[in-house]
Design a protein around this ligand. Structure first.
Ligand SMILES: [Zn+2]
Length: 132
């Protein structure tokens, strides 16, 4: 069974386009607030003076869960797999997967962007940043 994949919209297209080029981008408002995923208005001030900005790809692992049960058939062969929350150095947080084995994950540890492709779609995943 195929993995359920994201369907880019006009709003999110810059995000997916950048990932296909190996870059992670997020939106920033003229008030300074930055976030993911894409929105039409700033969640801090409701302004609409927004720009896309490229992330460094560095962040930290805030939290994660490890699934031992597949709630969708397409994930059965991936068990156990993790779903993580990463906070980018620039501030935005995203729900993602860590590519490291789950017993290697450490809370608050530095992480680095690792773009991976699934059925031709580039996805923002992360790996532990050991500084190597
Ligand atoms: Zn704002």
């Amino acid at each position: 069974m195929n993995l359920p994949l994201p369907v880019p919209t006009a709003l999110s297209k810059p995000y997916w386009q950048a990932l296909s080029e190996g870059r992670l981008v997020f939106q920033r408002c003229s008030c300074g607030h930055a976030w993911l995923p894409a929105r039409r208005h700033c969640p801090a001030c409701l302004g609409s003076d927004l720009q896309w900005e490229q992330a460094s790809g560095k962040g930290r692992l805030l939290s994660w869960v490890v699934y031992h049960t597949a709630y969708h058939e397409a994930f059965a062969s991936r068990l156990p797999y993790n779903v993580a929350i990463v906070e980018l150095d620039e501030g935005p947080r995203l729900i993602t997967n860590m590519i490291d084995a789950y017993d290697q994950l450490r809370g608050d540890a530095p992480v680095q962007l690792a773009v991976q492709h699934e059925d031709g779609v580039a996805l923002a995943r992360f790996r532990m940043d050991t500084g190597a």
